[in-house]
Design a protein around this ligand. Structure first.
Ligand code: GRF
Length: 204
């Protein structure tokens, strides 16, 4: 199994950084973070979903639903992003971890939080970018895929790679069986990366 280890520095953190986790779905990554004791200061969602309705509530984490009502091509991404920014500001958020958040946010988010937004993608970037990373890897017939934790940029699934871990594809895998195995790996890799990142311990 291939793994790119995180590089730690000896820098001491200044003040505790406040973390927001952005979700749109089942929120199993968020759930594992909370179970492992990660302090999350805000869970923000773009739609009602298990991540905000059940997981965040159960973990007693403050929530903000910034409801996206328009999924058409006329979606006002900029206006929506401003609402997200206002919510993040209200909670004085320093670092953002996207964990299955399904709205692409406008560049204005990155003007404020550039370099402080983390994302995890269920494939080995730069291969299989986009919403169907698991499905596309399976369809291509690769034998190994995995997950990638990276700094998010306005370009989807671009940005400095912080950590990767490989997952073998089995001949009888379906999209969901494979995605579940990837998520098992993501849960620990993403948590480890977030912890190191908010403690200023990643050298990049
Ligand atoms: C993860 O595989 C992540 O990489 C992708 O969405 C999934 C989130 O899963 N962007 P969950 O909602 O936390 O279960």
């Amino acid at each position: 199994m291939v793994e790119i280890a995180l590089q730690y520095t000896n820098r001491m953190p200044n003040k505790r950084k406040k973390l927001a986790v952005l979700v749109s779905g089942t929120g199993t990554l968020l759930e594992s973070f909370l179970n492992e004791g990660l302090q999350v200061d805000l869970v923000l969602a773009d739609r009602p979903c298990r991540g905000i309705d059940e997981v965040a509530q159960k973990g007693n984490v403050p929530t903000e639903l910034v409801l996206r009502t328009d999924f058409s091509k006329n979606f006002d991404r900029e206006a929506y992003t401003h609402l997200v920014l206002a919510a993040l500001k209200k909670y004085e958020i320093d670092v953002i971890a996207m964990a299955g958040f399904n709205t692409v946010l406008a560049p204005s988010l990155f003007e404020v939080y550039g370099g402080k937004i983390l994302n995890t993608h269920p494939a080995l970037l730069p291969s299989f970018k986009g919403h169907y990373g698991v499905r596309d890897a399976l369809a291509y017939g690769v034998k190994v895929t995995g997950c990638t934790v990276h700094i998010a940029t306005p370009e989807v699934d671009e940005g400095k790679i912080l950590a990767q871990k490989a997952v073998e594809i089995f001949p009888n895998d379906t999209e969901s069986s494979l995605h579940e195995r990837i998520k098992e790996v993501e849960r620990s890799l993403y948590l480890e990366t977030i912890r190191a990142f908010i403690a200023d311990q990643i050298n990049f």
